[in-house]
Design a protein around this ligand. Sequence first.
Ligand SMILES: Nc1ncnc2c1ncn2[C@@H]1O[C@H](COP(=O)(O)OP(=O)(O)OP(=O)(O)O)[C@@H](O)[C@H]1O
Length: 283
Amino acid sequence: MTTTDVAVSGAGLSVRYGRTVALNDVSFELGTGVTGLLGPNGAGKTTLLRVVATAATPDSGHLRVLGFDPLTGAGRLATRRRIGYLPQDPGFHRSFTAFEFVDYVAILKELTERRSRHAAVRDALDAVGLGDRRGSRIRTLSGGARQRVALAAALVGDPPVLILDEPTVGLDPEQRMRFRELIADLGEQRSVLLSTHQTEDVMSLCREVIVLDHGAVRFTGTPAELTALADGRVWTSTARGEGALASWRTGTGLFRNVGTPPPDADLLPPSLEDGYLTLVDLA
Ligand SMILES: Nc1ncnc2c1ncn2[C@@H]1O[C@H](COP(=O)(O)OP(=O)(O)OP(=O)(O)O)[C@@H](O)[C@H]1O
């Protein structure tokens, strides 16, 4: 990545909660496109997203968002105007309509001029396909539509950087596919940081992947490079494989194993999930 491509960068970021080290010396760069953030529960993903979205302050380290320093007062405001954040729990006021909720977020983002703000709210709801539902109360919407309202709130004001915390969680396969289409479109012009447990989302959407484990960056690279970590490390066998980090009987009755194969193993091409498992299991 050349310096001019870098929209967001972090260096040596650390966050502690009492004795828990949530982030430990994390450095990363985001360019245009979708960057996936993978990691086991408690790895520090939400903490990192909150730091980038200026919702949490690191104990140490540096952050740059589009040339601004969000850790200073003036830089924080400039950053907030340029970042859209979809948190894990958007904290909806369920009696709000979709329009009222997105408008409320737009006010928090300090879009103060009413007429242009309302136009921005309509644009954001149109972008997520909810233009005709903007008067619906949030409590009457399906889970997928609610997630789209949360995405519209992140999109209002058309920020060039989007931070999305597990946006496809709880969605059915069709809704997930629709969300993927939306996120892919958004990533064409913007920098999107997407935290997810869905390795398929990463494979189909992301230009780059960051793997966090125990608060530290374990991997940065392309989805193909993450997959390649498990080259020669996935095999099939009639019994549970010795030397396997993970081993399970598949629908065919044969075992699929990930780990260190025996010399005569029947090797399989790895998936991105295999690469990820290899990495975090070896931690
Ligand atoms: N406000 C807080 N107070 C105390 N500990 C916290 C707080 N927020 C996070 N932690 C701890 O920091 C660590 C990282 O949590 P974080 O939520 O960032 O992980 P995560 O990778 O997003 O997990 P998940 O995939 O389960 O959402 C965990 O050990 C968590 O318990």
